[in-house]
Ligand binder design. Structure first.
Ligand code: PEP
Ligand code: MN
Length: 338
């Protein structure tokens, strides 16, 4: 439920309400707005006297949260979350976030080259996998620790935040040491232990939608992370499985406005993993921005035919640069910038 405090509620009023709620076993989550403070309270409603809370000093109203996800819900927080990912980059505001880089970090030389090229084209966040979830156990699984170090070196050289995936609870601490943003891949969207683990760290989490997950399941996954105290969750629509086989997945463009109606969390579109084919990436990228996405994640590789993973869907650097120019025009129309 949500405890809405009066405009003139004092700090003491707020902490007294929080204290009483925690005595009833509730986890409290204050949100300090410009004028008003609201307190999200997560727990068993049957244990509490709503009236008692309503009568406390500084309390204006107590309302239940109807959605199954609470902290992620717009019922709790109407104002959009703007997430600071470091190096002066925020996600969820007027400026679009563009994550770009190869699917996997293949070598130091290659990643540095790709990182410089995507930055030059206008990307503001680096991406690259060091731990790769591969369908085949015989496929390249990533450079792991070495890959993380390469990513950090490139990110520091270019003063850009970097995003990389973690697949195992045992690697969370290690990945968090090197990355600015921790990615939870589509295949792990419902790995609840992993979600809880990244909920305990102090780094933004990039949560990809599961291959066959509903929007509600996806938001429940975000709730797992937030329930552990990490509010900095960025959602990513990366295509879902449908009966259509001409693309790798089907990009669910409607997920962008629907999600924005349900949650305050920012949402990024990933046309690369949706399309599975570089030819369709620009059109899907433009559709995602036109639909209101807060940014994009795009795979870029200078030699797609020799890429260690996801070559067929990777844009060559010149195509990526051309797309960035076109996206600038769309951004302008919808009051955003790139
Ligand atoms: C990736 O970003 O390279 C990746 C594996 O993505 P997804 O989890 O969406 O398949
Ligand atoms: Mn990939």
């Amino acid at each position: 439920m949500i405890i809405i405090m009066k405009d003139n509620a004092s700090k003491q009023d707020i902490s007294a309400v929080e204290k009483r709620l925690s005595e009833f076993g509730f986890q409290t989550h204050p949100i300090f707005g410009e004028k008003k403070t609201v307190i999200g309270a997560i727990g068993d409603k049957r244990q509490i006297s709503m009236n008692e809370i309503l009568l406390m000093s500084g309390v204006e109203n107590v309302v239940p949260i109807m959605r199954p996800y609470k902290l992620a819900s717009k019922e709790l927080k109407q104002e959009k979350s703007v997430i600071d990912v470091g190096h002066g980059v925020t996600i969820g505001g007027k400026k679009l976030a563009v994550f770009a880089g190869p699917c996997a970090i293949e070598s130091r030389e290659h990643f540095l080259k790709m990182a410089r090229l995507v930055k030059e084209a206008g990307a503001n966040i680096l991406r690259g996998g060091a731990f790769k979830p591969r369908t085949s156990p015989y496929a390249f699984g990533g450079l792991e620790d070495e890959g993380l170090k390469i990513m950090r070196e490139a990110a520091d050289e270019l003063s850009m935040p970097a995003c990389t995936e973690v697949m195992d609870t045992r690697d969370v601490e290690l990945v968090a040491k090197y990355a600015d943003i921790i990615q939870i891949g589509a295949r792990n969207m419902q790995n609840f232990k992993l979600l809880r683990e990244v909920g305990k760290i102090n780094k933004p989490v990039f949560l990809k939608r599961g291959l066959a997950s509903t929007i509600e399941e996806w938001l429940m996954a975000a709730e797992y992370i937030m329930s552990e105290g990490n509010d900095n969750v960025i959602l990513c629509e990366r295509g879902i499985r449908t009966y259509e086989t001409s693309t790798r997945n089907t990009f669910d463009v409607s997920a962008i406005p629907v999600t924005q109606e349900l949650t305050h969390l920012p949402i990024i579109g990933d046309p690369s993993h949706a399309a599975g084919n570089y030819k369709y990436v620009p059109a899907i990228a433009k559709a995602a921005i036109a639909a209101g996405a807060d940014g994009l994640m795009i795979e870029v590789h200078d030699c797609p035919e020799c890429a260690a993973s996801d070559g067929p869907q990777s844009l060559k650097p010149d195509k990526f640069a051309a797309l960035m120019q076109e996206l600038g025009k769309i951004a302008e129309v919808i009051g955003k910038e790139i």
